[in-house]
Each structure stands twice: as C-alpha cells, then as structure tokens.
Design a protein around this ligand. Structure first.
Ligand code: ADP
Ligand code: MG
Length: 790
C-alpha cells in the first residue's frame, strides 16, 4: 500500500507537479484510503486545483509521512503558537497537527487584514508582520525577497576548504557556550551534515544564540571555513534555523527577505508560503495577448516564483514581469496626469525650411543632432503640444538643434522664446542663437532684468507687436507686462533651476515646449524623473573636439599644479579654480573658503598673475560683471565656488583646477570639466584630492577615465542612489516595489512604450479588458509620486 502511493507521488513530484502522472488526477489515489494513510488523503484533497508550489509542498509532506518522517519534532516557536491560535478552525487542522491548513483565501480576501485570520499564518503573525508594515494579505504577497541565494546544492563538509566563505546546511548535535580567558563569549555547536560528517560552528560574543539552538534542529549557516588538521570550523557570520520542516530554506533558490529583529527569514518564508498555498490563482491585469507580445509571464506565476523560484530562469522571468508592472503603472500614472495638456498647434515643417537652416550653418549637424532634430520636428508637426527634453552633454550642440526648431516656428509665423536661469547664460544664448538665425532673417530680442527700464519697455513692445520673433531672456520673460503676439515655441534651458510656477507662466498659451539640459541623467532615470517629457538625447560630440586631459593629484602636489597653471597663463591661457561649498546654507563658509583660497593663491602665484574671485553670495550683477571681465581676459585666474555656470563658454580658458575634488559629485565634476576644452588649445582638468583614501581615489578615477557624461552619471547613480544625483536630495521619486531606476533602463522603455500605446487606444482605460488594469492603477497610484514638469 505504502509503495502504491509512494511511487506515483514521487513521479508526480519529479515531473513538475502538473497532475498528469496519475490517470484521472492525484486526488483519485486517495479514494478509499484507510488508516494509517488518512493523513495523506487530507494532504492531497483538492490537489488538482492547487498551484504547482502548493502541490510540491503537499507531495513532499505526503512522502515524508509515508516515510515515517512526518512527525519530526515541532519547533519551539510553533509549539508555542499552536495552542494560542484563535479564529476559524482550519479544515484540515483537525486531522493531525502537523498537517498544514488548506483553507483557501476567498475572493477579495487579498485586501483583508491579517488580523481577520482568513489564512492560518500563526497566532503571532498579525503582530509580527505588522511591525514591518505588513497588514493585509496583499502586503504580504508583495513583500518580495530583496535578494536570492542559490542553496540548491550546498556543499558537504568534506568539500569545504580553508578560508572559503561558504553556506552549508547541517543538524545540531550539541552546543556549549563559554567565556574565554580574555572575557570573550564563545559558543560552539557540533554539527552533522547529510553524510554524517562533523564540523564545529563558532559564534563569538553572541551569547543569546545559545538559546536558539537545539539538538536535532537543522541550520543553514554561512561563514568562514577553517580547517585545523582533521577538524573543520566555521566562524558563523549568519544563520537561519530551518524550523519549517518544509525545506523552504535549503535545497532550492532561496529568497532573502528584508531582515528585521524578531522576524526571522524562516518565519517570513513560511508566511509567504502558506499564503501562496491558500491563494487562488491571482488574476492578471494584463490580457494574455499582451503578455505574449511583451514576452511576460503571468502575474500569478511571477509572484509565486519571486517568492519561491523553481529555477534561475523562472526567477529572472518573474523579476522582469514584476519590474515591468512597476514601471508600466508608473508611466501610466505619469502620462495620464497630463490630462488636457494635449491641445497644441500643428506646425508645417517643410523640408526646404529645414534644409535652408542646415545650409546656413558653418558645420554639418552630427548624426545625433539630426536624430534629435527629427524627433523634435515630428512633435512640432503633430497637433498636440510638444513636451520634449533635449539632453546632451556640455558642448554637444543642443543650441544649434534648438535654433532649427526656432527657425521652423518662425517660418510658421509664430514666435519663440528661450528662458535661461541666469543673465550670463541668457546673453550667451542670445549671441549664439542670433549667430545661427540672423542670416535666416529671424529678428531676436534679449530681455533680462539687468537691462535699463527704457530698453526693456521697447523690447516688450516688440514682443507684443510680433515684430520680434525670438525672445531670449531670464525670468524677466515671464514677468508682468510681458506679452507675446503669438508664442508658439518655448525653450527652457536647465529647467531644474526654475520653479513649476515660473515654467507654467511661460506656458500659458500652450506653446510647444522644449526643455534643454546638460545634466547627464541616465535615460532610465530621466524617463521617470521627467515623467511626462519625451526624451531626445544627443550622445555624440561634434567632430574635432579635443578631449580634456584629466589628472588626479594629491593635495601634497598642489605646488606643481599651480606651477603648471602659471605656465599656461604665460602662454596666454586662462585658468578656473573651483572650491567646494561646505554646505549650501553656510554662507559665511562659502565666502571664507573662496576668499581664503584667493588669498592663498595671491601668495602662491607670481606677482604678474591677475586673480579674480566669484562666489554665490555676490549680487547677481556683480557676478555677471566678474564673469564678463574674465571673458574679456582682464584677469588670468578665476577662483570660485560652483557658481561657474553650467554652459558658460569662455574658449580661452583651458585649465580647470578643482580643489577638494572628493567633495563633489561625479557628475558635477564632469560638468566642471566641461567648462574647458571649448577652444583650440589642449585643455586640462586637475582634480586635487584633499584626502588620500582608496575609495576617494577610485571615485575620482571614474571621472578621470571616462569622457562620457552619461557613463559617469550611471556610476554616480549606482554609488549615490537616484535621490542625490543632482547633488541635492530630491523628493518625489517613485516608490517602486522591485524596479530599480539605476539599472532597469531597457524595461522602463518598453513599459513606457506600452503605456503610450494603451492610452493612445483608450485614453481613459475604459475598455473591458482594461478594467483590472485601471483598478490596479488606482490601487497603486497612492504610492506613486512623480515630479511635475509642465
Ligand atoms: P550645448 O548647448 O549642447 O552645450 P552648443 O550648441 O553650445 O552646445 O555647441 C557647442 C559648440 O559646438 C558651439 O560652438 C557650436 O557652434 C559647436 N557645434 C555645434 N554643433 C556642431 C557640429 N555639428 N559640428 C561642429 N561644431 C558644432
Ligand atoms: Mg549650450
């Protein structure tokens, strides 16, 4: 009888629990089962409708029962829990305490509280899991492992080598704690592995572990191996008690959950496992056809496999699906938030106009510029409002591309405006754009706060009458009294320096919007961070640009650095020296550090060296005046904090010295480096490290070795996390359950594409197929936050 059951069950287990081994289904076997096999019968009840994971668990238990191993000692924790259990009596519990509960979670049960005890997770579950914020069954389902360990084939003791860091599983034979002569607590446990070989596990100064260990208990432990003659010792760095008896913690790929005090890994695994066993198939919010097209596994499969991966491949597919969902809902929320902002104007874009622009340039656009321009023109042609981010490293030629868009707008009889964050930048843009567009007959206007009242009044009149076709300026552009005859295109430079309100003002007439940024944000982050902006990237520099040589030196060699700077100055070049802000709020510090450094340098440099100084506490027009004098080469060296503006273009400056470089973000260093290398001279950036640590060296090496701002930003993102990418903490980044902004670029793009397609077909997601999707979206929206750009 025993064998009549054992053979088919073993076969079923080994063939993947598909209920196709026994003719008529596994449940047929239990018909007419008499004692002592009744418990097996209880286990196999309803087998056909269980998930594969639940089936596997049942089979393993049934086989264990048949082997007489089903009555293993219960763990102290469970023994303590069982009598205290309240709530409805689970169906199968009555038969035998070691048989798991098999009640199914009712429809809608996912959103019920654990405290409702619909599934038997143990008496303490609501309290214990509540401490980590898990209150509902849904919370528990979505508390996914943080990482995974492959414990399918843990080594036997005989395979371990000295100094190896290993994970093993073994049973406790005995344990004994004692104090060493030097007062250290040493706990030693004698262990036996599956082959009967022995080893000693050692814990230092963790006396409490002693009470957690019992003879006969199975442990999974990791640590450093030491062989001492024939003795094997493991200095334990982490361990788990495998007290569920369900092999959830070894012999498989094991998920490691967020660990907290008082909530063991085994406990979390068991809770997840019981929930999954009780959970009817989770309905998918994506239709099957979509899953196929995107090559995604069903949600039910993904969630189950993410908790208990049957294989590497299944795990990867599960993670991909869950990440995809994270980003899909994020993008749906972001795109839908643009409600009503769609109506814009459709420009006529004629090949002749674009060709005319190309021909008036003194150079040919790069491939990347052409690509970005094509994307912009496509948007401009569409009747809906353009909202596009044009991102490109410093000097990649964004302005030329923007000029082409201005030309097209003007040829359509509309006006264009470019808003820059500072006077210096506004004036520079004005000069550049005018040089591109004047030959094509475009009438440009500069409007800044520094202009005299009469000048400003006249400029405003020309904007209102439509006589001026392009306005370049600062905030002055959006001040009271500024009116455009017909604003069709708004370009915003380095938009992150403007507040939402300021941008809104410029956008009142719903012109097409182009945002330019030299801040190299990795694509994945940009898509999410800028939410509702389409992205064009210029990822190629114009030909013939000389790379800036970057050197990394220690502060002990400063003298040589400034010798070199003086050599360059004598060749007629100019030098930037940048010192970090101690804290943005510490105004005094800033002045002290720049003035201090300036004083130092006046001592250090030869008398003939003309040194200027700039810091953020100076009034705007004073700053501008200093910049302007530097541009006119009235001094050779400019000492400043990071106020050297992004985008300031002084071709004769060929040396950038950054003091205390370790205090800057990597992207920031790259931006600073971009201030030089704009002329014909070979340029140099010297990063002076104020401290010698190896980590510092490694970080700075990334900048020294990479010329690509995007690559550097990727490293920055990985080192510092998305919140700090721009040097200051950003709030409003979305809370993703599993997706990772730093590394999931490819998935984000696919999800975004799909979100766009869905909304194009069905803007309100009203179709029958989208019902679940819409529910899930509103369910998740609470957790999603994103930045408002337009
Ligand atoms: P960005 O705005 O991206 O910093 P700019 O548009 O100011 O870059 O261009 C930087 C410099 O490169 C300018 O002097 C510009 O004239 C020049 N430039 C732009 N595009 C090209 C190109 N395709 N070939 C050669 N030079 C270019
Ligand atoms: Mg520029």
């Amino acid at each position: 009888m025993r064998d009549r059951l054992r053979r088919p069950l073993t076969l079923e287990l080994s063939s993947g629990c598909r209920d196709d081994v026994v003719v008529g289904g596994v449940e047929r076997l239990i018909d007419g089962l008499a004692r002592p096999f009744a418990e097996v019968g209880v286990l196999l009840q309803g087998y056909g409708s269980l998930s594969p994971d639940a089936r596997r668990l049942r089979l393993e238990r049934a086989l264990a029962l048949l082997d007489g191993a089903g009555h293993a000692a219960r763990s102290p924790e469970r023994a303590a829990e069982a009598p205290a259990r309240r709530g409805p009596e689970p169906l199968a519990r009555s038969a035998e305490p070691s048989v798991p509960s098999v009640e199914r979670l009712p429809v809608g049960g996912l959103d019920r509280a654990l405290a409702d005890r619909l599934v038997d997770l143990g008496a303490q579950a609501p309290r214990k899991l509540g401490e980590v914020g898990v209150r509902s069954y849904r919370d528990l389902l979505w508390s996914l492992p943080r990482r995974y360990e492959d414990r399918r084939a843990l080594p036997h003791f005989s395979a371990l080598e000295s100094d190896q860091i290993a994970t093993v599983t073994a049973s406790v034979i005995s344990r004994k704690g004692m104090r060493s002569r030097r007062g250290m607590h040493v706990l030693r446990a004698s262990l036996e592995d599956a082959r009967g070989q022995r080893a000693t596990a050692v814990w230092f100064n963790q006396p409490w572990v002693e009470n957690q260990l019992f003879p006969g208990q199975r442990l999974i432990l990791g640590g450093k191996v030491k062989r001492k003659g024939r003795n094997l010792e493991i200095n334990v760095t982490g361990f788990e008690v495998d007290d569920e008896g369900e092999s959830l913690s070894f012999g498989r790929i094991v998920g490691i959950y967020r660990s907290t005090q008082g909530l063991s890994q085994a406990y979390q695994r068991r809770a997840a496992h019981r929930l999954l066993a009780a959970l009817p198939p989770i309905p998918d919010h994506l239709p099957r056809s979509l899953l196929e097209r995107e090559d995604l596994v069903p949600l039910d499969r993904a969630l189950r496999d993410a908790h208990f991966p049957p294989s590497d491949e299944a795990l990867q597919r599960a993670v991909r699906r869950l990440k995809f969902d994270d980003f899909l809902f994020l993008e749906l929320a972001v795109l839908r938030s643009r409600d009503g902002a769609f109506a814009g104007r459709a420009f006529r874009v004629s090949d002749a106009d674009v060709q005319g622009f190309r021909e008036s340039l003194p150079f040919a656009l790069t491939g990347a510029q052409e690509r970005a321009l094509a994307e912009i023109l496509r948007d401009m042609r569409e009747p809906r409002q353009m909202a596009r981010l044009l991102q490109g490293d410093v000097g990649s030629g964004k302005t030329a591309v923007a000029a082409a868009a201005v030309h097209v707008a003007v040829r359509n009889g509309a006006q264009a405006a470019l808003m820059a964050p500072t006077e210096i930048l506004a004036r520079q843009h004005y000069l550049n754009l005018r040089s591109y567009l004047f030959p094509l007959g475009v009438r440009s206007e500069l409007l800044t706060g520094a202009m005299g009242a009469r000048e400003r009044r006249e400029a405003r009149a020309r904007l209102a009458s439509g006589e001026a076709q392009l306005a370049v300026g600062t905030h002055a552009l959006i001040q009271q009294g500024v009116r455009f005859a017909d604003l069709g295109l708004a370009i915003i430079d380095e938009e992150h320096r403007f507040g939402v309100d300021q941008r809104r003002k410029l956008l009142q007439g719903l012109p097409d919007v182009l945002v330019m940024s030299a801040t190299p944000i990795p694509r994945s982050l940009a898509l999410t961070y800028y939410g509702d902006l389409e992205l064009s990237v210029i990822d190629e520099l114009p030909p013939g640009r000389k790379p800036v040589e970057t050197r990394l030196v220690n502060a002990s060699r400063r003298r040589e650095v400034y010798h070199f700077a003086w050599d360059e100055i004598q060749k007629g070049r100019q030098v930037y020296v940048v010192t970090p802000l101690v804290e943005e709020s510490e105004a005094l510090e800033e002045i002290v550090s720049t003035t201090g450094l300036t004083e130092d340098l006046r001592q250090l440099m030869p008398a003939g060296c003309r040194i200027g100084m700039l810091h953020g506490r100076m009034p705007g027009d004073e700053k501008d005046a200093v910049m302007e004098r530097f541009r006119r080469h009235e001094f050779d060296m400019l000492v400043s904090t990071t106020v050297v503006e992004v985008g300031v273009d002084i071709p004769n400056a060929s040396v950038m010295i950054v003091e205390n470089a370790e205090r800057f973000g990597l992207s920031q260093l790259h931006q600073l480096r971009g201030r030089v290398g704009r002329g014909d001279a070979a340029s140099t950036c010297v990063l002076v490290a104020g401290e010698r640590g190896r980590k510092t060296q490694q970080r700075l090496q990334i900048v020294a070795r990479n010329a690509d701002g995007f690559k550097i930003a990727e490293y920055d993102l990985q080192l510092r996390g998305p919140g700090e990418l721009r040097g200051t903490r950003q709030s409003g980044l979305p809370d993703l359950s599993i997706g990772d902004l730093a590394t999931d670029g490819a998935i984000i793009e696919r999800a975004r594409e799909l979100a766009q397609r869905m909304l194009a077909e069905d803007p309100a997601l009203e179709a029958a197929w989208a019902r679940r999707l819409r529910d899930e979206l509103s369910f998740r929206s609470g957790a999603l936050a994103f930045r408002e750009v337009i």
